[in-house]
Design a protein around this ligand. Structure first.
Ligand code: NAD
Length: 289
């Protein structure tokens, strides 16, 4: 029986460390680190995420600037707001909640964010910095996965890692981070042939697909470490639903040495890493630490 990797407890510790760092930053800089969150439209899931980001910021002693714009906001108006946030000395990090309404070019909006304030790590500048090994911001979800892996395994050098999924926000940055740790990295995706055989070779498996319980226990190498990024809502009988990951948790626990649960694994790390990145951005801007 494998161990459960408790992302919730790790994230709580990280948030505590960030709060201590925020207090030290305040004492040195005479101000709090500030995160601006921009929400366009009324998407209920996005509204929930924005609310939890705001609460987490305040709990860590940071300044949270919320900008809620109506769904029909013209693109030019959103771009002007981002330029204004880029220039605002009280704002260290800028996050635009995705998805944006269809009439707005998402890439154009993201590209307007100053890479030094790109705490979500979504700009081409941030992706380029990660790809070329320069200092920059790494997307919060893969950064959280890496922290869990290093906490569990220590040195990752030489380990073989399979990442299932090649999205710009999870799969690709995850692959680059593990490459930076000197893993031997394979990226699998929807066209990969004989995925179970590919996964069976891995010491580390990161599943970021969005397919409920796709990865089965007999796909795993005994003793592997499994990070499940997927968040899938499935029926649970009596008109109820529940959340499951991309990995069959019970089967994986029988074979792997450690597995992240869903919920309570990778999910809580994402906001904790956002706070971590925002504090980093503030320290870099004020040349502290
Ligand atoms: P995405 O849809 O952008 O990418 C999914 C990837 O999975 C694609 O690259 C695709 O090639 C691959 N894929 C699809 N079907 C496949 C198959 N049958 N076999 C192998 N690969 C296949 O998704 P995403 O944004 O990377 O998110 C992935 C999952 O992670 C989703 O469930 C999402 O909800 C979750 N997620 C969680 C967090 C978090 O905070 N925990 C953050 C981001 C995403």
């Amino acid at each position: 029986m494998g161990d459960i990797i408790d992302g919730k407890a790790f994230a709580a510790r990280l948030r505590g460390e960030v709060a201590d760092g925020v207090a030290a930053f305040r004492a040195a800089a005479g101000r709090a680190p500030g995160l601006a969150v921009v929400l366009v439209g009324e998407d209920p899931a996005s509204a929930v995420y924005v609310r939890s980001k705001h609460k987490a910021c305040v709990a860590a002693g940071m300044e949270s600037f919320e900008h809620r714009l109506p769904a029909d906001t013209p693109e030019a108006e959103l771009l002007a707001l981002i330029e204004q946030l880029n220039a605002d000395p009280a704002v260290d990090g800028i996050l635009v909640q995705l998805p944006l309404p269809k009439h707005i070019d998402e890439m154009k909006v993201i590209e307007t964010i100053d890479p030094d304030k790109d705490v979500d790590g979504f700009t081409i500048g941030s992706a380029g910095r990660l790809a070329t090994g320069q200092e920059g911001f790494v997307a919060c979800t893969p950064l959280g996965c890496l922290m869990l892996l290093k906490d569990r395994l220590g040195d990752l050098s030489g380990k073989s890692a399979v990442i299932i999924g090649r999205s710009n926000i999870v799969g690709k940055p995850m692959a680059l981070l593990l490459l930076r740790e000197s893993c031997t990295v394979t990226i699998a995706h929807s066209r990969t042939q004989d995925l179970p055989a590919v996964v069976r070779g891995a010491d580390i498996v990161v599943a970021a697909v969005g397919r409920p319980e796709m990865v089965r226990g007999d796909w795993l190498k005994p003793g592997a470490t499994v990070i499940d990024v997927g968040i899938n809502r499935v029926p649970a009988g009596d008109d109820k639903t529940k959340l499951v990951g991309d990995v069959d948790f019970a089967e994986a626990m029988d074979v792997a040495s450690a597995v992240t649960p869903v919920p309570g694994g990778v999910g809580p790390m994402t906001i904790a890493c956002l706070l971590h990145n925002t504090l980093e951005a503030a320290k870099r801007r004020e040349k502290i630490g």
